[in-house]
Design a protein around this ligand. Structure first.
Ligand SMILES: O=C(O)CCC(=O)C(=O)O
Ligand SMILES: [Fe+2]
Length: 354
């Protein structure tokens, strides 16, 4: 039996000991994509950020990505590179030949596979990972993922030779009771340049929650650095938890301070591919109709921001990446089960009818 005194001792000292033991890891995290001001006292330190830690990470990650993209420059047309640099996103309408798109759409709408769901505010994001097992029964999706133009565009924006992370994603808005979806607020995903892509299987009108981006907000200029410097000092105390965790929420009223134009809603027809650097300011646009759904092939790639190399060109790298991702999901499941709750990405078995 543990004596009450000993319990008190534990209560008082254990958190301090834990903090001390985790400090070396928190320091090492400076060299990774870790971004949480509130979750990591080193990244959130007012003193270190006053000395320029956050801004230094922004600048170095930016230059490293510029170098990686330079290495891959020959793989994509110069016009796409210029558009990405100028705006932070590239839009390709009628991306697939009509017959290929029809085959892809039919296949994806009929798909029933294990999925993961994230509940944020009133919105459910439903994702099916396109790994080898799922792709085995999806020939049109396999063709898309093997399409050189697709792979190279995504790879260029991600600064990576291969982009393994591909999902079928359905955004179901206005489904849950609760606050509006936090993705409706203008934000950056993180401090490092990072790629997300959407091949839309549905038309998305201006008032149907289209992807919305502030053109030019991908570029770091002095105004942006000064703004992020100021924000970094106290961001760990932000009442907005996502902001405190390193996905800065930026009020639209701050855009003139940043010398930026208003956000542009990318209303699109189905079969449009949008690829964006989500280090730039973006949000999910407003919705007139609720509930509503938006179906897409979605991709995301975020690598170590300080690695100057674009990875290896082998297929087994994708398998390894996805195996690690699945292991991470299972670990999240175990942790959540221990605490009697749901992980952020809960397993849905079997997938619901589409
Ligand atoms: O789905 C969207 O339109 C954008 C959501 C978003 O902010 C993101 O995926 O990072
Ligand atoms: Fe985002």
């Amino acid at each position: 039996m543990v004596s009450p005194n000993r319990q008190n001792w534990r209560h008082v000292f254990a958190p301090g000991v834990r903090r001390l033991l985790s400090l070396p890891f928190q320091i090492l995290a400076i060299g990774t994509g870790a971004k949480s001001f509130v979750g990591n006292p080193v990244l959130g330190s007012r003193l270190l950020n006053r000395l320029g830690l956050h801004v230094l990470r922004l600048v170095v990650a930016d230059r490293v990505m510029a170098f990686r993209r330079l290495l891959l420059a020959a793989t994509v047309p110069a016009a796409d590179r210029a558009t990405l640099h100028r705006d932070g996103f590239v839009v390709k309408t009628d991306f697939l030949p009509a017959a290929d798109f029809a085959a892809l759409e039919a296949e994806i709408r009929a798909l029933k596979a294990p999925a993961r769901e994230c509940h944020q505010g009133d919105t459910i994001t439903h994702r099916v990972l396109l790994d080898e097992e799922t792709l085995a029964s999806l020939p049109a999706a396999r063709r898309l993922l093997a399409d050189r133009r697709y792979r190279r565009l995504l790879g260029y924006v991600a600064g990576r030779l291969r982009v393994p992370g591909q999902w079928v994603q359905e955004i179901r808005s206005g489904i849950l009771p609760g606050a509006p979806d936090p993705q409706l607020n203008l934000h950056v995903d993180t401090f490092q340049p990072t790629m997300k892509a959407w091949l839309f299987l549905d038309d998305v009108a201006e008032d149907e929650g289209p992807f919305t981006y502030v053109p030019g907000s991908n570029r770091l200029n002095l105004a942006r650095l000064a703004y992020e410097y100021r924000r970094s000092l106290d961001e760990r105390h932000s009442p907005d938890v996502l902001s405190a965790r390193g996905s800065l929420r930026v009020p639209e009223a701050d855009l003139p301070v940043l010398g930026l134009p208003p956000a542009r809603a990318l209303a699109v027809r189905r079969n449009t591919l949008v690829i964006a650097d989500t280090r730039g300011l973006h949000r999910r646009g407003d919705l007139r109709v609720r509930p509503s759904t938006r179906l897409e092939i979605w991709s995301m790639c975020r690598t170590n921001p300080f690695n100057p190399l674009p990875g290896l060109p082998f297929r087994w790298c994708d398998r390894l990446d996805l195996a690690l991702y699945r292991a991470w999901l299972r670990d999240q499941d175990r942790r959540a089960a221990k605490q009697g709750g749901n992980p952020a990405w809960r397993l849905v078995l079997p997938a619901k009818d589409r």
